[in-house]
Ligand binder design. Structure first.
Ligand code: KIV
Ligand code: ZN
Length: 515
């Protein structure tokens, strides 16, 4: 159990979450605007100090979603990433100016390999450009972070010189990433200590780290950095991020919380929001959490071996160092049925950490009633998946009216579908294909009349049992862009159809806005 009582907390570590930027830029993790907004609101509930909402200069869509997040988040600072270029900083400020606490985050690489091959700049030029970028960002915003990309593979004296110069130019946070996850934790701790001891003016700024997980050491190195005096940790939910990902937020936060006695340091994270946040991110990215993942994996609190079960039944502390409740994991209960009303549903959603608008609640309630009619037991996970699906879905250009599929071993499958267009008109088609999923997706392609490629298709069950809710995640490609869709139903073919239509609606929504 977390040791309670009189532990003196000497330091508060700031949590800078980059799920929506570094996490989102990794392959397969892209999120659309409404999804990013939903995740940002959840990160605010989780209590992160800073939400890095995106990289505004990277695309007009990213700028818009950072702007939308900046407009609603009040209790966390909102950061936008920029290269050390005036045009990037202008774009970041365009996105962030309405934020309650905006932060401009500029970066420039300092390692010999990046300076020589990527930037084609000398160390003097890098130092000069870093200072100029911080000064330029300061004209807009008092809170400016500077990151020395690939800091760990840089000459530490050069990093100290750059940090000293950007702090003198007004940087309020200096960040030393291990961009390629190369450091051993002890070595990384020594590196951070050296920066702390040899950077002039370091006491005027927060010292931050940002570690990638290429050798599986992201969390270990981040903790070593805290031991060495780091004030801020950059991390992501479920550890998503470039390549092998970033240090995982939930692991760092729980290491500090569970071993408060050791660290005498803590964060302001509400740990009971960890599990709902992890679920939301897995759902909107379509990237599942590995079952044995620390803290949020499906098996993190499961006790399979008889001897363990016996011990846990006698006293949970025999094999559990933290409670499932401490991360917001409720035991799966049979909570609601077909006679439950809207208030009961709303209450349950609140307990699950899912906040929805009045309009969303109406839509979720309709879906809930349909589900409760088909399924004997409606569990927390069912409700959560249902609600998240409704809350982050794009407006319905197309909706499912009817479907039928028949398949046989020798003759392939026939799919027939009728879709309703947003103007109310009905459109139907029939297609013969190799298998049932191929058949229904091909019919939909024929109806909407667009060239679509199915990039990924992932189907599974939400909960256990014969009447389990089927959950499908798809990614579709049209032109050179990718959209994701999520669908649930007690019928797995229907869940696949719904996921495919959801992806098409996300595509239609984006295309209509960029037209
Ligand atoms: O990994 C890295 O170095 C980064 C910086 C831009 C902070 O993501
Ligand atoms: Zn990174």
């Amino acid at each position: 159990m977390e040791k309670m009582g009189k532990i003196e907390i000497a330091r508060q570590i700031k949590i800078f979450d980059t799920t929506l930027r570094d996490g989102e830029q990794s392959p397969g993790c892209s999120m659309n605007g409404p999804e990013k907004l939903e995740v940002a609101k959840q990160l605010e509930r989780l209590g992160v100090d800073i939400i890095e909402a995106g990289f505004p200069a990277s695309s007009p869509g990213d700028l818009e979603s950072v702007k939308a997040i900046a407009g609603v988040v009040k209790n966390s600072a909102v950061a936008g990433l920029c290269r050390s270029l005036e045009k990037d900083i202008d774009a970041a400020w365009q996105a962030l100016s309405q934020a309650a606490s905006p932060r401009i985050h500029v970066f420039l690489a300092t390692s010999p390999i990046h300076m020589q091959y990527k930037l084609k700049m000398t160390p003097d030029q890098v130092l000069e450009q870093a200072v100029a970028a911080v000064k330029y960002a300061k004209k807009y915003c008092s809170d400016v972070e500077f990151s020395a990309e690939d800091a760990f593979r840089s000459d530490p004296d050069f990093v100290c010189a750059v940090f000293g110069a950007v702090i003198a130019a007004g940087a309020t946070t200096v960040n030393a990433p291990d961009t390629v996850g190369y450091a051993m934790p002890e070595e990384f701790g020594a590196f951070i200590r050296r920066l702390k001891e040899h950077t002039s003016g370091v006491e005027k700024a927060a010292l931050s780290t940002h570690v990638h997980n290429d050798l599986g050491l992201g969390v270990a190195s981040s903790l070593a950095a805290i031991a060495a005096g780091a004030d801020q940790i950059e991390c992501t939910i479920n550890g998503i991020g470039e390549r092998a990902g970033n240090a995982s937020l939930e692991e760092i936060v729980m290491a500090l919380r569970v071993r408060k006695d050791y660290w005498k340091a803590d964060t302001r994270i509400d740990t009971t929001q960890i599990y709902p946040t992890s679920r939301l991110v897995a759902q909107v990215t379509g990237v599942k959490v590995q079952p044995n993942k620390a803290i949020v994996g499906e098996n993190a609190f499961a006790h399979e071996a008889g001897i363990h079960q016996h011990g846990v039944l006698a006293n949970r502390e025999t094999y559990e160092i933290m409670t499932p409740e401490s991360i917001g994991l409720q035991k799966n209960q049979m909570v609601l049925g077909k006679h439950s009303g809207k208030h009961a549903l709303e209450d349950r959603l609140k307990q699950l950490g899912v906040t929805v608008t009045v309009q969303d609640l109406e839509r979720i309630f309709v879906e809930f009633k349909l589900l409760a009619d088909k399924k004997k037991t409606v569990r927390d996970r069912d409700i959560e998946v249902l609600a998240r699906g409704v809350a982050v879905s794009a407006p319905e250009t197309w909706s499912l009216d009817h479907w039928a599929v028949s398949s046989s071993s020798a003759l392939g499958a026939t799919g027939a579908i009728q879709l309703r267009y947003k103007d109310g008109s009905l459109h139907k088609a029939v297609v013969l294909a190799a298998g049932p999923i191929d058949a229904v997706f091909s019919v939909i392609d024929a109806i909407i009349g667009k060239e679509i490629t199915l990039e990924t298709f992932d189907i599974g069950a939400v909960t256990e049992g014969e009447d389990a809710l089927g959950e499908t995640n798809v990614k579709i490609k049209h032109g050179d862009r990718i959209w994701r869709g999520h669908g649930i139903s007690t019928d797995i073919v229907e869940s696949a159809i719904k996921a495919y239509i959801a992806a098409i609606n996300a595509m239609e929504w984006d295309l209509s806005r960029s037209a």
